[in-house]
Design a protein around this ligand. Structure first.
Ligand SMILES: [Zn+2]
Length: 84
């Protein structure tokens, strides 16, 4: 049987399995929100074990931006030191 129609609402077992596999291991991890460079919309949530660069498109303004997670982490450390 051919599947001609493409539906976003129905997830196949394979897709569900993939989602579960990717989410496994995130339990207990803290995460932080990255705001869009352009409009400051809360665009991405990253887990504490994330590193390197990511590229994401903002849902609000539609701008695509690159985020350096290492740089972000340094800023967070500085803030903590400053406050504590
Ligand atoms: Zn934006």
């Amino acid at each position: 049987m051919r599947m001609d129609s493409h539906s976003k609402m129905r997830l196949s077992d394979k897709t569900l399995e993939k989602i579960r596999r990717h989410e496994a291991g995130t339990e207990g991890l803290s995460y932080r929100t990255i705001t869009c460079h352009h409009c400051e919309h809360k665009t991405i949530q990253i887990f504490e074990d994330s590193s390197g660069h990511i590229r994401a498109k903002c849902k609000k303004c539609g701008e695509e931006s690159t985020y350096n997670l290492a740089l972000r982490r340094m800023i967070v450390k500085w803030n903590r030191r400053g406050l504590g």
